[in-house]
Each structure stands twice: as C-alpha cells, then as structure tokens.
Design a protein around this ligand. Structure first.
Ligand code: DGL
Length: 295
C-alpha cells in the first residue's frame, strides 16, 4: 500500500448517499495524512433512476460545494452513476481541480482479476444505460455484460444489508444475469460491483454467485488510483500544489485535529447518515453538517 508522507491535500469525496463512504474508508487507509470532506447528496438520492442532465446538475452542484465551501484541491467521485454520466461536466465546472471517478479504476481491477476476459457488472439503471463499464472493459480487451439492480440502493439506504428480503432480491438479480450470460455464450469469472452502495451487500452477493467467481469493489481500486495521482502530483510539483503549510507537508506538524481532518455533510437526514454511515465507514461517523444545495 502506498502512503502519502509529504502532502496533506484537501480531498473532496462525493456520493449521492452514503455508499461513497466505502470509498472514503479505502482512501483513509491509503492517504492517512490527507484532509477529507465527504458530501452525501441524500436529499436527491437516488441518482441512478434519473436522467444524465439531472445527474450532471446535481453532481456539479455537489462538486462546487466541496471545492468552493470546503476548499477541496482534489475530487473523488465516489459514485458510479455520477462517474458514468457527469465526470466531464464536473471537470468542466472545476477546471483547476483534478477529478477522479470510480469507473476506470473498477475496470482496471476487473482486468487484473479476470482470466476468461468475460465480466459481469451490476449497477444502477443510469450507469447501465450509459454503458460506461462496457466501454471501459472493451478498451481493456474484456467483454462485459451489465445489469441494472434498481432495488439494491433503497435496501442499503434502509440499512437492510443482511435482511432476508435483500438476500432474495440479490439471488433473483444474479440468477437473471447468469442466465443472460449463458444466453450470450459468455464465460464470466468476475463480477464488478458497479455501485458504491453494493460493497455493503458483498456477503450476500458472494453467496449468490457461482463458487470461484471474483467479486470486484471499485472502492479499493479508486483509492489506489487517487493515492498514486496525489503522490505523483506532489512529487512532480515545482512548488506546493496543495494548500497545506510546508511544515505540515514535510511532516513537521502533527496531523490536524480529527474534526478538521474528516468533515461530513449531507443534504438531508443527517441523523440517519450518522447512524448508518458508520457501517460503511468502518468507524463512527462524527458530526454530520446539513447543507442545502437547492432542489
Ligand atoms: N452510489 C451510487 C453509485 O455508485 C448510486 C446511488 C444512487 O442511485 O444514487 O452509483
């Protein structure tokens, strides 16, 4: 694992809900000295059933909040749906800020895992309709079969991550996908969790897929990519590229206080975010600030 030792960049992490906390969890492991601001656009969730235009508007407003209000110097779009449909719009809105999505790292991880070259992808409706994963997989010489699983995000947001209803829903989706793969004469050996909410269902999903099938979570791959990018930029910069003081940058100062290292924002239901978010983050979620990004 690479760890950033020279820079303490301010990183903005964004998802429509708290699924993106699975990405933040991996980022914290890779970049322990970074300062993070996480925004969950819970008032407008789910993004996955909305149009490209609406998703782009919501995602741009969220990105502008993290950059404008929280001083983010680097953005991780911890949402497959926003990564698939709004990455260009976000980058255009904040041209000076490096923006990393989760689709390309997820496809890289699928390529590394698959021996047969055939992969399955489960994701939201909007992500599947964009065929962003199919394109990213094709560019890596993989064949991908994508399936929308629209019931899974609401079940996760409800906290039903090990509920019998969720187990049944997952079995139905996976069985349908495997039947489609047989119909298309594919020999899949890898399943990509193409939504940052799905890692919370990993146990149930692994129980539903055939033995030996690799299950890929793009959170870890995205955190590795972010870490490489940040370390690479810090090393290549002729002068400091992030706002942290030079003393902090070279490790002369202790890390900032936890509250300033890790700040959480949600556009609705802050209590629920704090209560259920800890399961995604793997540690208690401290105070969650309510923000209003409009309708
Ligand atoms: N977590 C988002 C993703 O990775 C989906 C949630 C939603 O539909 O808003 O696609």
């Amino acid at each position: 694992m690479t760890q950033s030792t020279v820079a303490a960049p301010a990183i903005g992490v964004f998802d429509s809900g708290f699924g993106g906390l699975t990405v933040l969890r991996a980022l914290l492991a890779h970049l322990p000295r970074a300062r993070f601001a996480f925004l969950g656009d819970t008032a407008r969730l789910p993004y996955g059933s909305k149009s490209r235009r609406t998703i782009a508007r919501y995602a741009v407003e969220s990105a502008q909040f993290l950059v404008g209000e929280e001083g983010a110097e680097f953005l991780v779009i911890a949402c497959n749906t926003a990564s698939a449909l709004a990455l260009d719009a976000i980058q255009t809105a904040v041209p000076a800020i490096p923006v990393l999505g989760v689709i390309e790292p997820g496809a890289d991880a699928a390529q590394a895992a698959s021996q047969s070259g055939d992969v399955l992808v489960i994701a939201t409706d909007a992500t599947v309709q964009s065929h962003a994963y199919a394109a990213a997989c094709r560019a890596r010489g993989l064949r991908a079969l994508e399936k929308a699983c629209p019931l899974l995000v609401p079940l996760v947001e409800e906290g039903w991550t090990s509920h019998p209803v969720t187990e049944q829903v997952i079995r139905i989706y996976i069985d349908e996908l495997l039947a489609d793969a047989r119909g298309a004469s594919l020999n899949p050996d890898t399943l990509v969790l193409g939504c940052t909410h799905y890692p919370l269902l990993r146990t149930l999903i692994e129980a539903a897929v055939p033995p030996g099938m690799r299950v890929i979570d793009s959170a870890e791959a995205a955190a590795q990519a972010a870490s490489r990018l940040i370390d690479g930029r810090a090393a290549a910069a002729p002068q400091p590229i992030f706002a942290a003081s030079s003393a902090e940058r070279i490790g002369l100062l202790p890390n900032p206080a936890p509250e300033t290292c890790l700040r959480f924002f949600a556009t609705d239901s802050v209590d629920k975010f704090q209560r259920l978010g800890s399961a995604f983050l793997g540690r208690p979620v401290p105070r969650v600030h309510l923000v209003d990004l409009g309708g």
